[in-house]
Design a protein around this ligand. Structure first.
Ligand code: ADP
Length: 225
């Protein structure tokens, strides 16, 4: 299978988007574009942009569409993404963002929109034990996948911490916004023939295997079609 891919990963908080997006980006050798990571990095850097973003993130609110769209548009016009592709994680999250994305990538199509499906009861326990690398965005779980050295990322040596927005109130708000703003995108992409729903339960390796099989099937179909 040729390297390169143009993939969107959809799924509610805790579905495993981040974990799987990192793996897909290594598998297809394409940049992992995660809007949440971009905003958290800006917050840490303390830039004016980061200070503006912080109040949305900490409350679990969505950053306004025009801001997110501007950030993603800038990233998707860089050489690496235009040549090789991208794994988009956390974008789009609203219909206006999805419309903007289709406009940005045109005239080329996306390979597939992967919808990682998981029960809400399962995501709540995953989020409580979730820890994340502040440098590379790698995800860990204190319950069943801790970093080898506590607090230190296995991948890049960065700090592994609990996210400021993994509080009960912010999680509740993010799941509410997922249902209201993001879940409608499942049907939206399905109507365009781009959607593939894949079960997010099981071990991370099992889920990756399912996702790669689905992506390869789509890429194969596009080549022969
Ligand atoms: P999660 O999927 O667990 O909520 P992310 O890291 O993807 O985590 O996003 C964290 C926060 O960043 C969101 O709650 C929101 O404030 C902001 N954010 C990220 N992506 C978007 C987006 N596409 N549109 C609006 N806000 C976003």
């Amino acid at each position: 299978m040729n390297p390169g891919a143009r993939i969107v990963v959809l799924g509610k908080q805790g579905a495993g988007k981040g974990t799987q997006a990192v793996r897909l980006s290594r598998h297809y050798v394409v940049p992992h574009v995660a809007t949440g990571d971009t905003f958290r990095a800006a917050v840490r850097a303390g830039s004016e942009f980061g200070r503006a973003a912080r109040r949305y993130l900490d409350a679990g609110e969505l950053v306004p569409d025009e801001i997110v769209i501007g950030v993603v548009r800038e990233r998707l016009t860089k050489d690496d993404t235009t040549h090789r592709g991208f794994i988009l994680d956390g974008f789009p999250r609203t219909v206006p963002q999805a419309e903007a994305l289709m406009d940005m990538v045109a005239p080329r199509a996306l390979d597939v929109v992967l919808n990682l499906e998981i029960a809400t009861t399962e995501v709540l326990s995953r989020l409580a034990s979730r820890r994340v690398c502040t440098d590379c965005g790698a995800n860990y779980s204190v319950a069943d996948n801790p970093p080898r050295v506590p607090g230190i990322c296995d991948v890049c040596g960065g700090d592994v911490v609990q996210r400021d927005d993994d509080t009960e109130a912010a999680i509740r708000r993010r799941l509410e916004l997922y249902e209201r703003e993001t879940a409608p995108l499942i049907e939206w992409f399905d109507k365009k023939g781009l959607l593939a729903t894949v079960s997010g339960t099981g071990s991370p390796d099992e889920v990756t295997e399912r996702l790669v099989a689905e992506v390869n099937r789509r890429k194969q179909r596009a080549l022969s079609g």
